[in-house]
Design a protein around this ligand. Structure first.
Ligand code: AHR
Length: 306
């Protein structure tokens, strides 16, 4: 019945090869580039004819990209939703067209859309836990003292929302620690640098920076140095991702630690799609496990960077 059809995400037929749409949010930083490459690489081994679209940092463009994939009658849409709410109509349109959607790396608003019902599953990291781990490192490194600047990711994106929640909850329990400012740097290096430069004028006594990704952390380090501060000494820097630049900064003593956020979604997405086509039950959340890098292992783990 129609009711039943709407209660479940569309099925994926078993075929030798698939036409797969990959809707990327933007492709302008090392993390995104590594993710795109992982999808392109797996397309060859998984027998996917990949239809790739880069939304260039626009949720509206990403919605149009998904609509375009629906019009092209792809078998499966792999979506990295830029923001939690604006991409929901695109997910619903694909469902209506009978095309299954697998969300990777970022999630959509869980109050509105549900895995198994509207899309197949979310494959990705535990962003709340990433924020928590960054905060726990900072508490330990400072003995629970400090004035913190937080550089947030893209407003309305699931990693920004959840990395903030995980971090802020831990810090709120520390009477000696305070987040003196929290502002978006849009996950971008130069934005992070600019925001840090401005915030340093209002808060010259800051002792720590928590950036929601490594690109903004690297930008913040540049701003700190331009202001005559010594990142890693006067001001501790902690962030998330595990890029080569961040591992290098940790090894050089300019950055304290970074929580890995793996961008390598290709193999796990291929495996999940195959299982789904076979009719196996897919969990609502296929969790990606992340490592942790600080001065004890950054140099040795440099090959993990991208
Ligand atoms: O969704 C994951 C985040 O998006 C990464 O941490 C960031 O670098 C990217 O742009």
């Amino acid at each position: 019945s129609l009711g039943l059809a709407q209660a479940q995400a569309p099925k994926l037929p078993q075929k030798d090869s698939y036409k797969v749409g990959f809707a990327q949010t933007e492709n302008n930083n090392p993390w995104r580039i590594a993710e795109t490459k992982s999808m392109q690489d797996v397309a060859k081994t998984c027998n996917w004819n990949l239809v790739y679209a880069d939304a260039g940092g626009s949720a509206a463009k990403q919605v149009a990209d998904v609509e375009n994939m629906i019009a092209q009658k792809v078998d499966l849409i792999v979506l990295a939703p830029r923001e939690e709410k604006p991409l929901i109509p695109a997910v619903m349109k694909a469902k209506k067209a009978g095309i299954p959607v697998i969300l990777i790396d970022r999630n959509v608003d869980q109050k509105v859309a549900a895995a198994g019902r509207d899309y197949v599953t979310f494959i990705g990291s535990d962003f709340v836990d990433q924020g928590r781990r960054a905060a726990e490192w900072l508490v330990k490194a400072t003995g629970g003292k400090g004035k913190i600047v937080e550089l947030e990711g893209t407003t309305g994106s699931s990693p920004a929302n959840n990395r903030k929640k995980g971090f802020d909850d831990v810090i709120a329990k520390q009477p000696g620690m305070k987040i003196v400012a929290s502002q978006s740097g849009d996950f971008a290096r130069d934005k992070g640098r600019q925001v840090m430069q401005t915030l340093l004028q209002a808060h010259p006594d800051v002792t720590a920076v928590y950036a929601h990704n490594d690109e903004m952390a690297v930008g913040a380090i540049a701003a700190l140095e331009a202001a005559g501060k010594k990142p890693g000494q006067d001001v501790l820097v902690v962030s998330i991702d595990g890029t080569k630049d961040a591992l290098t900064a940790i090894a050089a003593g300019k950055m304290g630690a970074t929580v890995q956020s793996s961008p390598f979604f290709g193999p796990i997405t291929c495996e999940t799609a195959r299982k789904y086509a076979k009719g196996e039950k897919i969990p609502a959340w296929v969790k990606v496990e992340d490592k942790f890098y600080d001065k004890s292992n950054a140099q040795a783990m440099m090959a993990d960077g991208y």
